[in-house]
Design a protein around this ligand. Structure first.
Ligand SMILES: Nc1ncnc2c1ncn2[C@@H]1O[C@H](COP(=O)(O)OP(=O)(O)OP(=O)(O)O)[C@@H](O)[C@H]1O
Ligand SMILES: [Mg+2]
Length: 261
């Protein structure tokens, strides 16, 4: 059975320059695109992961600048804010006929020894078998050493794709793909393909938005090292372009970057 993991960038579902701003028109469109795809190909399994956008990134940044650390107050409030964002997405998706179940990241994922993620994948797989589209997101999680950590939607996407042997990992973001240099530069060229082992340091990356705690495009790529199986296709493409998520699910985005090991 084919498994697809779709990571909806926080930059697609939110305006990352404004705290707590949801792009509702975009959400409605994306919901219809995913729903159309699942109706055409009901045998395909799908997991949706979304980023923190102007919710998680903003709130974590606020706590870090106020207190310098992530404490229990940050934990419960960021968890609450991210669940609120996820619930908003679920409203649009379920109304469009997508059988979404939100699997709150902080109740399913923990960090061991400050590094390795402990994920209850059996639980996720059972939801998939039952025809549910599980949805998870970037969140704050607890570690076995008692600290509180940020887990990005990108990290979850790569980890789940690797552990569940996904056939396709799709990163919808706010730009057309990976550029040779900062995308706002006029001479930046969109790369059709990027090999993580040979190209990652030949690209230059711009600073991430004011509200960003997980490192933007560079971290998105770095975290893929060692996670791409031979049977796995990975695309980064523009989720703000109408129809592009549908086309990417169908394996034919108009533009974008194919990521190779
Ligand atoms: N060389 C580059 N090529 C493409 N994008 C780049 C590059 N350098 C920096 N970027 C920036 O990376 C951003 C995408 O990363 P960002 O983390 O903001 O989005 P996201 O992962 O979709 O959102 P979230 O982290 O909330 O899920 C783009 O807005 C783009 O401007
Ligand atoms: Mg990001």
């Amino acid at each position: 059975l084919e498994l697809i993991i779709l990571k909806l960038g926080g930059s697609v579902i939110c305006d990352k320059s404004k705290p707590f701003s949801i792009r509702r028109r975009v959400l409605r469109r994306i919901a219809n695109e995913i729903s159309k795809f699942l109706k055409e190909e009901p045998e395909k399994k799908l997991i949706i992961i979304h980023g923190g956008g102007s919710f998680g990134h903003y709130a974590v940044q606020e706590y870090l600048s106020l207190k310098g650390i992530l404490d229990l107050e940050a934990l419960v409030n960021v968890e609450r804010i991210m669940l609120e964002l996820s619930t908003t997405l679920a409203d649009y998706f379920i109304d469009a006929g997508i059988p979404i179940s939100i699997l709150t990241t902080h109740s399913l994922v923990m960090i061991d020894d400050e590094r390795e993620l402990i994920i209850n994948t059996r639980y996720i797989e059972q939801f998939l078998r039952m025809g549910v589209v599980p949805m998870m997101y970037g969140d704050l999680i607890i570690s076995s050493k008692g600290s509180i950590k940020v887990v990005s939607g990108d990290t979850l996407a790569w980890e789940l794709a690797y552990r569940l042997k996904a056939n396709k990992l799709l990163f919808a973001t706010s730009v057309d793909g990976v550029y040779s240099s900062k995308p706002e530069f006029p001479n930046a060229i969109l790369l059709n393909e990027l090999s993580l082992s040979s190209m990652i340091n030949k690209v230059t990356y711009s600073e991430t938005s004011v509200y960003d705690v997980t490192g933007g495009m560079f971290r998105k790529l770095i975290e893929g090292i060692g996670k791409i199986r031979p049977s796995m296709k990975v695309y980064i493409f523009n989720g703000l372009r109408a129809g592009e998520i549908y086309r990417a699910l169908k394996d034919r985005p108009l533009k974008g970057t194919v990521i190779k090991p």
